[in-house]
Design a protein around this ligand. Structure first.
Ligand code: TYM
Length: 332
């Protein structure tokens, strides 16, 4: 079976619909066809200042949500990044074959450092994509299911794998992004030209999976829609309505064509009301299951410990091969 690795940051108390539809939903599906490694990337979550208690809580909440949406810890390897020390170890090696200019061109760093200025950004924020490459390459991943915003980071991972292999001999599989076009970018409900993001300025544009259903329905009702009244999919001219249709279609399994036919002659209000109900039905069992996992943190930690052990076997073998090629003495 082809190998998959992907990761998600524990930087908020809930995943949002962009995380779910852009990435995690595909993680669940790929369990049928791939050998999967899924990782809560807590090392990535400390690049811009954080609260330790919140990180601990969010790491568990993230793992619980992954289990709740259908990641099966017996079929997949589900683990927490910091519990597998090889990630940080390989990241150092990869940082030594990454060009400074190359790292400087990462748009996510440029965007995130623009806010406070480069001088106030951490070196960790700068080298973030190198750690991400280590995550992927340690598991010899063939495919990496992510949203559109991760495309450039995956390009770097591919370049680093090839560069290492060419310089020192083949150790790494060159990974390919797995990005599902229809849901690759879910947009903010209040600003349907910006992606739905944990770091958005206002929570009203974001639907969290663990949001109270009434709150989500309200956010959908107040979503920015477009001039005109027709319910059609038109990304360029009607980004608001198109985003609602994308979300509706993905959660209900009904095609966009089917939806636009069904809503022919109806108004935005009808669409929003029904989508609010679809979201409420969708999140209810996820919330219930998430809370059940969180009610037993010892069991959750046990599942993650088993995952970390499985992950270390694979990561350790890859790191040992890389160290050997680099000329390091055998580990004692
Ligand atoms: P993160 O935690 O920001 O997001 C997790 C996943 O959700 C996707 N995503 C979206 N997809 C569609 N529309 C949106 N509005 C949207 N917002 C987020 C992201 O593309 C991502 O797939 N750098 C990664 C974490 C990471 C990783 C890795 C991913 C670390 N190591 C190794 C893959 C492989 C990130 O920040 O994801």
């Amino acid at each position: 079976r082809p190998r998959v690795l992907s990761g998600i940051q524990p930087t908020s108390d809930s995943f949002h619909l962009g995380n779910y539809l852009g990435a995690v939903r595909n993680w669940v599906q790929m369990q049928e066809t791939h050998d999967c490694f899924y990782c809560v990337v807590d090392l990535h979550a400390i690049t811009a200042g954080h609260d330790p208690e919140a990180l601990r809580r969010r790491t568990r909440v993230s793992a619980a949500q992954l289990l709740a949406v259908g990641i099966d810890p017996d079929a997949s390897t589900l683990f927490v990044q910091s519990q597998v020390p090889e990630h940080a170890q390989l990241a150092w090696v990869l940082s030594c074959i990454t060009g400074y200019g190359e790292a400087s061109r990462m748009t996510q760093f440029k965007d995130k450092s623009a806010k406070g200025g480069v001088d106030r950004s951490s070196v960790g924020l700068f080298t973030y994509p190198i750690l991400q490459a280590a995550d992927i390459l340690l598991y010899q991943a063939d495919a990496v299911p992510v949203g559109e915003d991760q495309r450039q980071h995956l390009e770097l991972s591919r370049d680093l794998a090839q560069r290492f292999n060419n310089a020192f001999g083949k150790v790494f599989t060159v990974p390919a992004p797995y990005i599902v076009r229809e849901t690759a970018k879910i947009y903010d409900l209040q600003d349907p030209t910006a992606k739905m993001s944990k770091s958005a300025s206002s929570p009203t544009g974001i639907i969290d999976l663990l949001d109270e259903p009434n709150r989500s329905a309200k956010k959908i009702r107040s979503a920015v829609t477009d001039t005109g009244r027709e319910i059609v999919f038109d990304q360029a001219n009607k980004p608001g309505v198109s985003n609602l249709l994308t979300i509706y279609s993905a959660l209900s399994g009904r095609s966009i064509d089917e939806l636009t036919t069904a809503y022919d002659g109806k108004g935005y209000g009808d669409l929003k009301k029904d989508l609010g109900a679809v979201v409420a039905d969708f999140v209810a069992p996820i919330q219930k299951a998430t809370h059940a996992y969180l009610d037993d943190p010892a069991e959750l930690d046990r599942v993650l410990a088993i995952g970390a052990e499985k992950a270390r076997r694979v990561a350790g073998a890859t790191l040992a091969a890389a160290y050997d090629r680099l000329g390091f003495l055998p580990t004692v």
